[in-house]
Design a binder for this molecule. Structure first.
Ligand code: SF4
Ligand code: SF4
Length: 137
């Protein structure tokens, strides 16, 4: 049985939704769910919510689902979705805004203190540094 989703004006006008639009500079309601962003995304196999669904969830104010999603951390910021969107929506910026909201709450995706010494030695330094910059506050 599919889960019931509560959609209301209040939810769509939620401060969380407005914050996403403010940080990303994107008009979420411009999306008409063509799916071209997800069709070209190289990371969808690892995502629990696809890029077009992220936009849809944001339109509907599904805050908890977005915050819990691992997709916002899986996104590689390759910008393919931006290039493919016929409505000119920068989906990657929306996802970056969701990461920023989490990081500003000090909900780091990576705990630097928990990265083990062998991993530190094996992983390329550039990968570690870029991950720390992108996934920690
Ligand atoms: S920027 Fe992120 S969501 Fe967009 S195509 Fe690249 S990996 Fe996928
Ligand atoms: S490509 Fe653009 S209009 Fe199409 S689903 Fe993605 S965000 Fe929406």
């Amino acid at each position: 049985m599919s889960e019931r989703v509560d959609v209301s004006r209040t939810r769509i006008g939620d401060p969380f939704v407005l914050k996403i639009e403010e940080l990303s500079g994107q008009n979420l309601l411009a999306c008409y769910q063509c799916g071209k962003c997800s069709a070209g995304c190289p990371a969808v196999s690892e995502m629990d919510i696809l890029p077009n669904q992220i936009i849809r969830y944001a339109q509907l104010g599904l805050t908890d689902e977005l915050i819990r999603s691992k997709s916002i951390w899986v996104c590689a910021s390759c910008l393919t979705c931006n290039a493919r969107c016929p409505k000119g929506i920068n989906i990657a910026e929306v996802i970056e805004a969701l990461r920023q909201i989490q990081l500003r709450r000090r909900n780091d995706h990576i705990d630097i203190g928990k990265v083990k010494d062998p991993e530190m030695e094996e992983l390329p330094p550039i990968a570690l540094i870029s991950s720390f910059r992108k996934f920690t506050s």
